[in-house]
Design a protein around this ligand. Sequence first.
Ligand SMILES: *[C@@H]1O[C@H](CO)[C@@H](O)[C@H](O)[C@H]1NC(C)=O
Ligand SMILES: *[C@@H]1O[C@H](CO)[C@@H](O)[C@H](O)[C@H]1NC(C)=O
Length: 404
Amino acid sequence: MGGLSLRRQRHGAHLPLLLLLVAAAAAAGKGNKGEHARAAGATGLRFRRESGTFKVVQVADMHYADGRTTDCEDVLPSQVPGCSDLNTTAFLYRVFRAEDPDLVIFTGDNIYGADSTDAAKSMDAAIAPAIDMGLPWAAVIGNHDQEGTLSREGVMRHLVGMKNSLSGLNPEGVEIDGYGNYNLEVSGVEGTSLGEKSVLNLYFLDSGDYSTVPSIPGYGWIKASQQVWFQQTSSSLQKKYMNENPKQKEPAPGLVFFHIPLPEFSSFTAANFTGVKQEGISSASINSGFFASMVEAGDVRAAFIGHDHINDFCGKLSGIQLCYAGGFGYHAYGKAGWSRRARVVSVQLEKTDNGGWQGVKSIKTWKRLDDPHLSTIDSEVLWNRGSNGKKETMGRRKKNPDGS
Ligand SMILES: *[C@@H]1O[C@H](CO)[C@@H](O)[C@H](O)[C@H]1NC(C)=O
Ligand SMILES: *[C@@H]1O[C@H](CO)[C@@H](O)[C@H](O)[C@H]1NC(C)=O
């Protein structure tokens, strides 16, 4: 969230060091993910043949600024010396090596514009590890990305133009609020019956920064124009998936990514979430109805956000998992002694009797901590096909999903 960080002073800019870092990252950068089949569709995103999985690493709130000269917030006194944005960079490399994701999603406040000398350079340095490792990635913006030398439109355009970026500015020919409203399709395993269909849909929205309506204080929200686009996109994807051959009985699952929590994130207590809530829910002060839009759409299984760095829970409301990632960046406020973290989302396809792959069977999640062991915590199943009111067809499916 914003308030806590606003008190911070601007730090001296050391541009040569930053340039050196960016240059080093660029020099080392070449695609090395040949084992991932990514030939389908416009995005090339698809499930892996061997495992039938598609894995996302969500990175929330890096708050990247000028690199080595930008200090760390809220670390233990003993950790202050030698701690900078470069620790955020090191954590990105560690978590990508450990998880080998198919897609990296940055959910806003990727840079902390107010402390950045050059917003484009800060963004390049922030995202560099994903590019260096040849990983496809997508981003949305939060409420701090535009506080430097680029506007919200400028910062989103920059993200769209970067190497390996699957980010989109906005849908073509549609009047829409914000920057960075787009969707990505993930195809089934190449050569299977669902190899040319989107079996998993990812939606990205700009949740704004601050209210521009004088009578409404606080943070921004997802506007009606964005909800109309989302509903139409969801509806047409569902029609295609269920009506075109090979016809499917239920929609492909949808996952939604944005920055600022919806008011519905306040619906939970420790009794019904997994993870922790260590600060208030910094949603907009009004409810613009996006949660209802997601429930009505019918395909959304989970929404993933950031913004509140020391909340990292998932809770389920009306069939939709609402998930925080927890703060990733060292220049972002946090809690000393409480590790920076990333959320991992792993989607698994259903195996057919003859060993091929069908549509999505389950969606799992866990978090990776930036501690010495890169600990995995709070592993849970977010959604299981057939367990959300839809009954499995008797006799068609094997008892054991692994085919045993
Ligand atoms: C930051 O990185 C430095 C250099 O690798 C390391 O010595 C230090 O322990 C890191 N700090 C934190 C808080 O992880
Ligand atoms: C979570 O549990 C609290 C009480 O422990 C209850 O008031 C609340 O309605 C529950 N929320 C959901 C989404 O089930």
